[in-house]
Design a protein around this ligand. Structure first.
Ligand code: PMP
Length: 407
């Protein structure tokens, strides 16, 4: 019995994935193309497209402004989705936390910086921010420092340290960088180039219980389970983009725990929310919960492992980020886990050329500096294959056939 179990489990997972893949019309309509750019934006399942159509044809109105049925339904949609986000994030104290809808991660991080951090920090405080994650998770903190300096308040920015090979934060070095004046940390959940889980729970351990942490979850929502229960991720802000989580572009989430420092209040007049985007987000979160994020993670980790293990065997390719600690249960708890993002370079072929070669074979990948802070397009460019639940082993094998033919 036992001997057959792994196989039947693998078969079940394959059947499950096939059923899900069929729900993505753009994927099934283009069997000759392979979409490997889900870290840039994800494709949408039919239920999300239907939710958009249904909202626009039954209830479209402004939110929080009218008293007629369409307006009431729209207001209810926005409130319901706020609660849905809290539930999706495993929020243990939804009475206290707030969900603010934004245009995306970039806007959400900027809102934390401008509307919250600038009123939280005092003269001489230090903040720790990532200088090698996405540019969107660096600029807002530099801007907050400038805004405060304009008001005569000097705060110091310190760089989160990284480990050279894995791209994980250097948690040992972090303990040295954290000081009595450390008042805030901005970090990333899943790195958009290295594909690794950045082990943010270890940042909490290093800074202690009182320092607010803002989490850029752009790459993790829908890809790996994310719980803001303090025993899981004791962070104060979670910021993400709807479009990477199967919803429409122009929709983003800023969740604030409101337990450390002032309550988050968006600054200035808040105009009409993106109600169509919010309708898509509600459907996307329902879809992800029904599919099971844990299983999505297992699927994409397996595909990324297959790709990484084979490329690692070739002298022509250099893989960025964590090299070996790929699958769950690697038995090395301090090592980093890679999820569904694999970035690499060919020894002789420039990455932008490799991107063109791959597209000529039907593979849509990203090939540039990937918006990484401080990365130069020519010097640091790479090819990024980013996976989602609609990708298959066959697609990865077809990609590997092309890549190994260039060895
Ligand atoms: N942070 C990370 C880690 C990202 O990968 C991205 C998008 N590539 C962003 C922030 C910015 O997201 P958006 O463009 O949706 O604002």
């Amino acid at each position: 019995m036992n001997a057959t179990r792994p196989d039947s489990e693998a078969a079940r997972l394959t059947d499950w994935q096939r059923g899900l893949r069929e729900q993505f019309p753009i994927i099934t309509a283009h069997p000759d193309l392979v979409y490997f750019d889900s870290a840039a934006t994800a494709q949408k399942p039919r239920s999300v497209l239907e939710a958009v159509q249904s909202y626009l044809t039954t209830s479209n109105a402004n939110a929080g402004r009218g008293t007629y049925p369409w307006a009431n339904r729209t207001t209810q949609l926005v409130e319901r989705t706020r609660h849905r986000v809290k539930e999706f994030l495993g929020d243990p104290d939804p009475q206290r936390s707030t969900v603010h809808f934004t245009g995306g991660t970039t806007e959400g991080l900027r809102a934390v910086a401008r509307d919250w951090l600038t009123s939280f920090l005092r003269e001489g405080d230090e903040i720790l921010v990532p200088f090698a994650d996405h540019q969107a998770n660096l600029d807002p903190w530099l801007e907050a420092q400038r805004l405060l300096a304009d008001q005569g308040t000097d705060v110091r920015i310190r760089a989160l340290p990284y480990q050279a090979v894995s791209g994980d934060y250097d948690h040992r070095e972090l303990e040295r960088v954290v000081g009595l004046r450390t008042r805030f940390v901005a970090a990333t959940h899943l790195h958009h180039v290295y594909g690794g889980d950045m082990n943010v729970h270890r940042i909490r351990a290093a800074v202690g219980p009182d320092v607010p942490i803002c989490l850029d979850a752009a790459q993790s929502v829908g890809h790996l389970p994310l719980s803001v229960a303090p025993s899981a991720l004791d962070v104060d802000f979670v910021v993400f983009s709807g479009h990477k989580a199967l919803a429409l572009p122009g929709t983003g989430v800023l969740w604030a725990r409101n337990a450390r420092g002032p309550i988050f209040e968006p600054g200035g007049w808040q105009g009409t929310p993106n109600t169509v985007g919010i309708a898509s987000l509600e459907a996307a979160l329902d879809w992800l919960d029904a599919a099971g994020v844990e299983r999505i993670a297992r699927w994409t980790v397996a595909l990324a492992t297959r790709l990484t293990d084979r490329l690692r065997g070739s002298a022509s390719y250099e893989i960025l980020g964590c090299q070996a600690s790929l699958a769950a249960g690697s038995g090395q708890p301090l090592q980093q886990r890679r999820h569904g993002i694999v970035s690499f370079r060919h020894r002789d072929i420039p990455s932008d050329d490799l991107g063109f070669i791959l597209f000529s074979e039907g593979f849509m990948v990203r090939a540039d500096n990937l918006c990484q802070a401080g990365a130069d397009e020519k010097r640091d460019g790479s090819v990024r294959v980013s996976l989602h639940v609609y990708n298959t082993e066959d697609e990865v094998e077809r990609l590997l056939a092309v890549l190994t033919s260039l060895d």
